[in-house]
Design a protein. Structure first.
Length: 123
């Protein structure tokens, strides 16, 4: 087997994954892009294990198994976060996720320096 073909395929998969993470706004599609990148790493690990004879037997395959377990855990936690985000915001757009605590959705009163405290609203 020529190791060039799996390496090029892995590079293309990883490139598609990076493009998906950088360009997509839907959280589910971002998770799918991360899975593409992890699968590219698995392909590299298994190909390197078959082409390079190291002192550790089947080292690449063992590491690939660990990556598969890590990917399963990542999907479980990631989908739980996406479902909770959908319940709270009714959207899974990554752009609309507040990154700091206490920043809900800014409205016009927050930009002018006036808060929405009840005593100011009652006036």
């Amino acid at each position: 087997m020529r190791p060039v073909i799996p390496y090029v395929t892995a590079a293309l998969l990883f490139g598609l994954g990076v493009y998906g993470v950088l360009r997509r706004r839907n959280a589910v599609l971002v998770l799918m892009a991360v899975e593409l990148m992890l699968n590219a790493v698995n392909l590299i690990l298994v190909t390197a294990d078959t082409t390079v004879r190291a002192t550790l037997p089947h080292g690449g395959q063992v590491f690939a198994l660990f990556v598969i377990v890590l990917a399963a855990a990542e999907i479980g936690v990631g989908l739980a976060i996406v479902l909770q985000l959908y319940r709270l915001r009714a959207t899974v757009a990554v752009d609309e996720v507040p990154l700091t605590e206490g920043t809900d959705r800014p409205d016009e009163s927050d930009r002018t320096g006036q808060g929405d405290r009840p005593e100011e609203v009652a006036r």
